[in-house]
Design a protein. Structure first.
Length: 463
């Protein structure tokens, strides 16, 4: 335990409940919190924080507040973690000991207030392992029983087993799917538009502009979802359940849409395989608007484009695409001037290095004087260590800054030399993959501001 003698113990309260049944049996969040708070007061503990995981399984280590607690064990002054019972803490033997290693590393103890575990003896260790194993087995059996209940409800009663609502439907009080008329009309219009234009990208753009702002992936899922024909596909077993859900579209419309998807894949088959891994600027472009990478795509003719990844999930409004060939032409014509702009910054970097060198020299002098004071018994060892570590951290930080500035200068000079050594003569003889490798040596990435396919601005980033 971290605390010294005569200091008050600082505790964290851990509270968890996974089901309504546990709450009814006295293990509610409120009951646990009250019991732990009372216990802390009785023992004159200082409560640092309360970590509450509601509705999360004890078999999972990645619980929201459990992870927050483990992080705080490293950064906050916690001596002890208390919980009501062991199964509130863990129901998984392996994960329990992973967490115990973290606690030992940070000198944090744990204790259950309604149970007594003595891990200092062999028998106590055995009883702890036995309790964890029994809790894990019980949780697994409970999970199996719940799965069987859900299976029966799903397959025979045809009720919804989760609170998630499908687009086009609502969930009734009886937990049955019922049609949402407004959304159902959107689904019908979506299928009809896709069948008429035979282009997913055009359909996505139209749907967003005229119906609802949804992600590209979501709209594609709707166009492939067999549920809208009244059937339900169980992903776990690939079993199709007929008449599970009210029908929104007829079979003919659904199959027409699937045929278009299959036909587009066949049409694009050769070009897709040819261009899949051969985008010149793949991974080298960033969106000016949100900072995300631009994703690569190509049309039926093999023309390559780039667009912000976040646009497809409605997290960025940069909806324009940039043509790869036009970007390539622009860079070939302007790369030298873009690098020259970077060379202007070299003088600034040199001034930074000069100033840092002066500061580094000052810090080293202070460290030397500090050592002399200690050797002459003018300061205590603890004070020496504290001040020395502060100066050492400052020195390392300034040296890192110097190294970064020096590397920037060297990189820009190397790039300039590369561009002067028959760069363009070599460039046109390279494959797309080789071109990408070459551009990767010229810059880390480009920040691209796309106004339209033919109008864009780029900023060169060289580290």
């Amino acid at each position: 335990m971290k605390n010294k003698k005569n200091e008050l113990t600082k505790v964290a309260l851990y509270i968890r409940v996974s089901t309504d049944r546990q709450a009814k049996e006295g293990d509610s969040l409120e009951a646990q919190e009250k019991a732990l708070t009372d216990y802390a007061k009785e023992h004159n503990y200082i409560i640092i924080d309360k970590y509450i995981d509601g509705g999360e399984s004890g078999q999972k280590i990645k619980r929201t507040n459990l992870q927050r607690l483990l992080k705080d064990c490293e950064t906050k002054d916690i001596d002890l973690i208390i919980m009501t019972k062991l199964d509130r803490w863990f129901r998984n033997v392996a994960d329990f000991y992973k967490v115990i290693e973290v606690l030992k590393k940070n000198k944090v103890d744990w204790k259950t207030i309604w149970e007594d575990y003595d891990t200092t003896t062999a028998s106590g260790e055995f009883w702890l392992n036995m309790s964890l194993a029994l809790g894990q087995m019980e949780a697994k059996r409970t999970g199996e029983r719940i799965s069987e209940i859900f299976e029966h409800k799903f397959k025979y009663q045809k009720t919804v087993c989760s609170g998630k609502k499908k687009f086009g439907y609502d969930i009734s009080k009886e937990n049955l799917y019922i049609i949402n008329n407004e959304e159902a009309e959107m689904i019908k219009d979506l299928y009809n538009y896709f069948i008429n234009c035979e282009s997913l990208n055009k359909t996505v753009t139209w749907f967003r502009e005229n119906k609802k702002q949804l992600g590209h992936a979501s709209i594609k899922i709707y166009l492939k979802d067999i549920s809208y024909t009244g059937r339900y596909l169980r992903k776990k077993t690939n079993e199709i359940i007929d008449d599970f859900i009210p029908r929104i579209i007829d079979d003919e419309t659904y199959h027409k849409a699937q045929s278009i998807f299959e036909r587009n894949i066949k049409v694009r088959g050769n070009t897709f395989t040819e261009y899949k891994n051969n985008y010149i600027f793949s991974g080298l472009l960033r969106c000016k608007n949100c900072g995300s990478k631009l994703s690569a795509t190509s049309n039926k003719n093999g023309t390559k484009y780039y667009r912000c990844k976040k646009y497809s999930i409605c997290e960025c409004n940069m909806n324009k695409m940039i043509n790869e060939k036009k970007l390539e032409t622009y860079l070939i014509n302007n790369i030298c001037s873009l690098i020259d702009q970077k060379l202007i910054n070299v003088d600034i970097e040199n001034i930074k290095i000069e100033n840092n060198e002066k500061l580094i020299k000052t810090i080293k002098n202070k460290m030397q004087k500090l050592a002399e004071l200690y050797l002459n018994d003018m300061i205590e060892i603890e004070y020496y260590k504290t001040e020395y570590n502060k100066l050492k951290q400052q020195l390392e930080m300034e040296q890192d800054k110097n190294n970064e500035s020096t590397n920037n200068i060297e990189n820009i000079k190397k790039i300039k030399k590369l561009l002067n050594n028959d760069f363009f003569t070599i460039y046109y003889s390279l494959s797309d993959t080789e071109k990408r490798e070459l551009w990767g040596k010229v810059f880390n990435y480009l920040i691209v501001n796309i106004k339209n396919t033919n109008d864009f601005e780029v900023e060169l980033i060289v580290d």
